[in-house]
Design a protein around this ligand. Structure first.
Ligand SMILES: *[C@@H]1O[C@H](CO)[C@@H](O)[C@H](O)[C@H]1NC(C)=O
Ligand SMILES: *[C@@H]1O[C@H](CO)[C@@H](O)[C@H](O)[C@H]1NC(C)=O
Length: 338
């Protein structure tokens, strides 16, 4: 039996609901094992720069509504010229669905740094519009309303046009006397996942501007829902842990399918989530240790493979251990998965 994604998310509701010890247990374990403050693993970001980016690259396209006349916004970017030698190529990392700052480690180690070092190149991270501080409308910040209208310039077309325009017009601080723009200078793009797809789109649309690019795990298909993300967990996580989750899911299924509003409210109250109106939001909130395909800011199963250090990996195993302990005696208790 495959677990439908929404129900996997609900699994942890059951974990807490069915076994009232486990939430405390889990929290205590996470606290015990993660004594360092979150900030300690962050690399200090170099000073960021801003570029006057065009808000609407397609003023004649009715899709974008009435264009703000020649409006621009400040797009954030980070430069690392440690390995740069005059005349070298530019390696541009598209920050994708996050801030430039949170991608900074890719300038310090990994493929961008390695390529820059090997070629005397310069590494740059361009912050994707609508992330970090790069917001098209002055004053438009997340807490002030990312309405559908306000999001109308968040499209792939606009984002890839940003990259091409940036490459053609930027002046890099400290290198004002050099002509660094594309296509005169080779610009090579790098990005993963969403940003990987954007790299490929830029090369197709602006191949006369951009010299080359690497689309790492570029997404190739868009569809709603992504249950396959969970199959790997279901097939490869410790059997007793998976069975516990499946069992919890069955119980939660019952609660949801019988439309027991009273029980659902009780459940939300236990979790301190009574302000959430949609049960799916509750599920998403508490499914944190498993993660999901759209939101994986910390320790999820995905990071067991390619996480950035032990701390991330440990938390997923904490979930497993907590599940085992809270569901004794049905779970095997032996076994270490460090
Ligand atoms: C917008 O920019 C174009 C080209 O620079 C210019 O001709 C036009 O007058 C500008 N429009 C406004 C409203 O500033
Ligand atoms: C630039 O990258 C190098 C190599 O990884 C690193 O040593 C240096 O600290 C970085 N510079 C800044 C300002 O982050």
């Amino acid at each position: 039996m495959r677990i439908p994604p929404s129900l996997v998310l609900l699994a942890l509701v059951g974990l807490v609901f069915g076994h009232d010890l486990s939430r405390l247990l889990l929290q205590r374990r996470l606290r015990k094992e993660d004594p360092q403050p979150l900030v300690s693993r962050q690399v200090p970001a170099p000073p960021s720069n801003t570029f006057n980016q065009i808000t609407n690259h397609f003023p004649n396209d009715p899709f974008y509504g009435p264009p703000p006349a020649n409006a621009t916004f400040l797009q954030n970017y980070i430069v690392n010229d440690t390995f740069y030698k005059a005349g070298g190529p530019i390696f541009l990392l598209d920050s994708g669905e996050t801030s430039a700052r949170s991608r900074n480690r890719f300038l310090l180690t990994g493929i961008v740094a390695e390529l820059a070092q090997a070629t005397g190149g310069m590494g740059i991270i361009l912050e994707h519009r609508y992330y970090g501080t790069s917001f098209p409308e002055p004053g438009l910040i997340p807490s002030e309303g990312l309405s559908t209208d306000n999001l109308r310039w968040l499209t792939t077309d606009q984002s890839i046009a940003d990259i091409a325009y940036f490459a053609q017009h930027v002046t890099i601080p400290g290198h004002e006397d050099e002509e660094l723009t594309a296509p005169g200078r080779p610009w090579i793009l790098y990005g993963g996942s969403l940003a990987g797809a954007e790299v490929a789109f830029v090369l197709r649309e602006y191949g006369d501007v951009i010299y080359g690019g690497i689309s790492s795990s570029g997404t190739v298909q868009a569809f709603k829902g992504y249950p396959q993300w969970y199959y790997t967990i279901q097939e490869n996580a410790p059997r007793d842990c998976v069975r516990s989750i499946e069992d919890i899911v069955d119980k939660m299924d019952f609660l949801i399918n019988t439309k027991n509003a009273v029980a659902q409210t009780e459940l939300k109250t236990i979790l301190g989530l009574e302000t959430l109106r949609d049960i799916r939001d509750v599920a998403l909130t508490i499914a944190f240790p498993i993660g999901n395909p759209f939101f994986y800011p910390t320790s999820t199963w995905q990071e067991l493979n390619w996480g950035w250090g032990r701390r991330r990996r440990r938390s997923s195993w904490s979930l497993t251990r907590s599940l085992r302990e809270s569901t004794r005696p049905r779970c095997r208790t032996g076994g270490s998965h460090r």
